[in-house]
Design a protein around this ligand. Sequence first.
Ligand SMILES: *[C@@H]1O[C@H](CO)[C@@H](O)[C@H](O)[C@H]1NC(C)=O
Ligand SMILES: *[C@@H]1O[C@H](CO)[C@@H](O)[C@H](O)[C@H]1NC(C)=O
Ligand SMILES: *[C@@H]1O[C@H](CO)[C@@H](O)[C@H](O)[C@H]1NC(C)=O
Ligand SMILES: *[C@@H]1O[C@H](CO)[C@@H](O)[C@H](O)[C@H]1NC(C)=O
Ligand SMILES: *[C@@H]1O[C@H](CO)[C@@H](O)[C@H](O)[C@H]1NC(C)=O
Ligand SMILES: *[C@@H]1O[C@H](CO)[C@@H](O)[C@H](O)[C@H]1NC(C)=O
Ligand SMILES: *[C@@H]1O[C@H](CO)[C@@H](O)[C@H](O)[C@H]1NC(C)=O
Ligand SMILES: *[C@@H]1O[C@H](CO)[C@@H](O)[C@H](O)[C@H]1NC(C)=O
Ligand SMILES: *[C@@H]1O[C@H](CO)[C@@H](O)[C@H](O)[C@H]1NC(C)=O
Ligand SMILES: *[C@@H]1O[C@H](CO)[C@@H](O)[C@H](O)[C@H]1NC(C)=O
Ligand SMILES: *[C@@H]1O[C@H](CO)[C@@H](O)[C@H](O)[C@H]1NC(C)=O
Length: 679
Amino acid sequence: MWSQYIALSLASVFSLSFAASTFTPARPPAIPLAVKSPYVSAWQQAGSDAEDGGPGNGGYLPGEWPTFWNGQILGWTGLIRVDGTSYTWMGAPAPLPTVLNQTAFEYTSTRSTFTMDVGGEISMKITFLSPVTPTDMTRQSLPFSYVDIVVYATDGSDHDVQLYADITAEWASGDRSAVVEWEYGVTPNDTIAYHQFYRQTQLLWSEITDQTEYGSWYWATDNTANLTFQIGSDTDVRGAFTTSGRLANTNDTNFRAINDNQPTFAFAVDLGSVETTPVSTLFTIGLAQEQAIQFDGANGSVSVPSLWTSYYATELDALEFFHTDYATAAGLATTFDNKVASDSNAAGDADYVILTSLAARQAFGATQLCGTPDTPYLFLKEISSDGNVQTVDVIFPFHPILIYTNPELLKFLLDPLFINQEAGQWPNTYSIHDLGAHYPNATGHSDGNDEQQPLEECGNMLIMTLAYAQRESDTSYLSQHYNILNQWTQYLVEEALIPANQISTDDFAGALANQTNLAIKGIIGIQAMSVIANLTGNAADAANYSSIAHDYITQWQTLGIAMDADPPHTTLAYGMNDTHGLLYNLYGDKELGLGLVPQSVYDMQSNFYPTVMEEYGVPLDTRHDYTKIDWEIFVAAIASSNTTSMFISRIAAFINQTPSNRALTDLYSASTGESATLS
Ligand SMILES: *[C@@H]1O[C@H](CO)[C@@H](O)[C@H](O)[C@H]1NC(C)=O
Ligand SMILES: *[C@@H]1O[C@H](CO)[C@@H](O)[C@H](O)[C@H]1NC(C)=O
Ligand SMILES: *[C@@H]1O[C@H](CO)[C@@H](O)[C@H](O)[C@H]1NC(C)=O
Ligand SMILES: *[C@@H]1O[C@H](CO)[C@@H](O)[C@H](O)[C@H]1NC(C)=O
Ligand SMILES: *[C@@H]1O[C@H](CO)[C@@H](O)[C@H](O)[C@H]1NC(C)=O
Ligand SMILES: *[C@@H]1O[C@H](CO)[C@@H](O)[C@H](O)[C@H]1NC(C)=O
Ligand SMILES: *[C@@H]1O[C@H](CO)[C@@H](O)[C@H](O)[C@H]1NC(C)=O
Ligand SMILES: *[C@@H]1O[C@H](CO)[C@@H](O)[C@H](O)[C@H]1NC(C)=O
Ligand SMILES: *[C@@H]1O[C@H](CO)[C@@H](O)[C@H](O)[C@H]1NC(C)=O
Ligand SMILES: *[C@@H]1O[C@H](CO)[C@@H](O)[C@H](O)[C@H]1NC(C)=O
Ligand SMILES: *[C@@H]1O[C@H](CO)[C@@H](O)[C@H](O)[C@H]1NC(C)=O
């Protein structure tokens, strides 16, 4: 805390002479640095809200520490020495060498790129690349991320340049008094130099403040002739570089606590005389955990390995592949970045690119590929709430990005839910809410007590299972799971039209009976089952469920619409004509092409939302001022084009203007743009 405070004070003093940076396409509340898995999740806070663990400095890389998504500082320092003078390009070391002027920041779906100017003599381009390769299981399985630093002279002269980058033991545990061990090494053919560090006492399956407590961290670079390294206390190691431009090539034999003379793992590269030709230096950061998930599967609790362990014999092999793959990975990243940007422009406009390209790596960064190539699973952590595993109503807002990038991944996400419940590890007739109270323990709820959202999750499972099967023409998946899908449909037939007093996915908003939006999800779920029955040759069920769903949707329009209101709209709950809410569950009808709900309902909502639009969006419902980005986007996706644009431009404004320091939140005040605090 102390060093952070000093650093921030210094940063604000230096800011008097800062040249302002540009931010393209926007200034996110937190800038993704290394964001690849639930545990490889480093960010640069940018907002100004002190309540959010900040304040950030506005989106500048030097002068402020990066943090884990949950706010803890992750030591990560970058220095550069030009003609004997040292400058800071990343982090907030104490003492603090002159903070560089950041002139530009830009993000795409996989990259965050900062441009720094060194006294008008040298330019630096620092690119954090977290690959997203949804159709390439091998690459997607690797929980590693790149930092590429390109340096060149801008004044036509030659300059003597040395580059420095370190990370500290803070990455290894959420407990700063935990003892860490380390070693320095080079790969067998001498091409890559690496620091490896890890908790001395490995706590398998454990987390502290959401950081993981087992596995090995790697920090690596090319093992060139001009590379030096050092392990030691933060001040010793950084001091050695600022004094001499090189490190001592020494180890530190005193394994100790993270907060005891902070163990720091450093590299320095002597670039020699730098001219106008750009020189690049590549670093890799990542976490190797051979065991990924504890899973209560078909035959009881088993340890599920990280999928990469099937592709690489050792951790070092995985590291070596990743690091030497940079040219290919960068090309694949550009293809992905361009696809997301051009599809977003085609589907919306430049504002839509602001959202999609910021969300893509964050969404995949909540997941981890596990299992084996024959039986792969995608596990998902409920990040920034309670850490549940495989939460069905968190998969639901997430699943469109899989439908867009690779629907097969949706199957790998749903499979563990089917396996656990079909094996009888869940005693209730309705769908489970999640597969475990805290990641990475997917140990289920064999006592039947989870955070029950029965109507919500039955509807979600039916809709998502059909969405996957339609995209992949996988009818056998529907046959395989017909019994349990049919069982969940029975629940919906009994409960969907007149929903009991219960919570929805928006649990923080409170329980309520007769929720209009929850009812329509259940009814759409019944119609989805009719299609499933049709596709699997169950004609009687298909006809029966279709007739029930159509009957219900007719009744729902009488119960859930305030026809006399001006303009008319659906209510938060039946009969509460003065209320409204985002009718986001209508999305399933369009997604699955059911044609169950009349177009008049879509038109009515499209005309209504602009009348209750606030500065940054439409409130979730009339009980609160806050809203949710995921549900606004579901609503926008099925609205008239003017209403769609209105939602998207307000959300883009939220991203650019929110004082929040958190990684793109889904929950914020529609009027002020602050991230919502729940109590
Ligand atoms: C940063 O920019 C200011 C204003 O242009 C300038 O005075 C200062 O020397 C620059 N600092 C560095 C390290 O380039
Ligand atoms: C070192 O090994 C890696 C991984 O096997 C390989 O990609 C690379 O080409 C090798 N380099 C040399 C110089 O042999
Ligand atoms: C997971 O379960 C193990 C016991 O099997 C426990 O020690 C650990 O603390 C749990 N992890 C979390 C994050 O709750
Ligand atoms: C560094 O020191 C530790 C602790 O004494 C030792 O285990 C390790 O082998 C040393 N590593 C190197 C590369 O010398
Ligand atoms: C290594 O450093 C020396 C001394 O600064 C320099 O002359 C040489 O160009 C550097 N080599 C490379 C490959 O950067
Ligand atoms: C569970 O056990 C059964 C019977 O031994 C076996 O056929 C099946 O493959 C096992 N399933 C898994 C997922 O291990
Ligand atoms: C239709 O489904 C409901 C709910 O499962 C069931 O009670 C009813 O008997 C079914 N009717 C026919 C004709 O199959
Ligand atoms: C729910 O709506 C139904 C139909 O309008 C009504 O009969 C019932 O009383 C409502 N339940 C509650 C708790 O308001
Ligand atoms: C499925 O629907 C199609 C088109 O409505 C119909 O022709 C077919 O008979 C149905 N099949 C079953 C098994 O219900
Ligand atoms: C709500 O509006 C509907 C139609 O718009 C009307 O039939 C109903 O009586 C109203 N309910 C109340 C409580 O005012
Ligand atoms: C949509 O917006 C455009 C531009 O503001 C306007 O001309 C048009 O009338 C709007 N369309 C509808 C259906 O509101």
